[in-house]
Design a protein. Structure first.
Length: 94
């Protein structure tokens, strides 16, 4: 059996590495460490505002804000919605 691809002229589309979170934020997926995903949360201007990662003692994803960052009501709701989504997806894996 040949190791040649079935469709040599078609390159697979990579999974997106950035996901929009509301109007002002994006989540950039980071390389995996272990079995769970991690994201850097950035503002539209590219500034890193914090990270979302797995917190084993609570068995869920959480948001760790960068030092000296400020968030308004809308951004906090958007981050909470993102956490809800990734936590639900993680629960669905088990």
């Amino acid at each position: 059996m040949s190791d040649a691809p079935l469709f040599p002229n078609i390159t697979p589309t990579p999974a997106p590495t950035t996901e929009r979170i509301g109007k002002y934020l994006v989540a950039d997926i980071l390389p995996r460490r272990g079995t769970t995903d991690r994201w850097t949360i950035r503002g539209n201007d590219g500034t890193a505002l914090g990270r979302v990662g797995w917190y084993a003692p609570w068995r869920q994803y959480n948001f760790d804000p960068a030092e000296c960052t400020t968030f308004n009501h809308t951004c906090l709701l958007d981050i909470a919605a993102f956490l809800g989504k990734v936590n639900a997806a993680q629960r669905g894996k088990g």
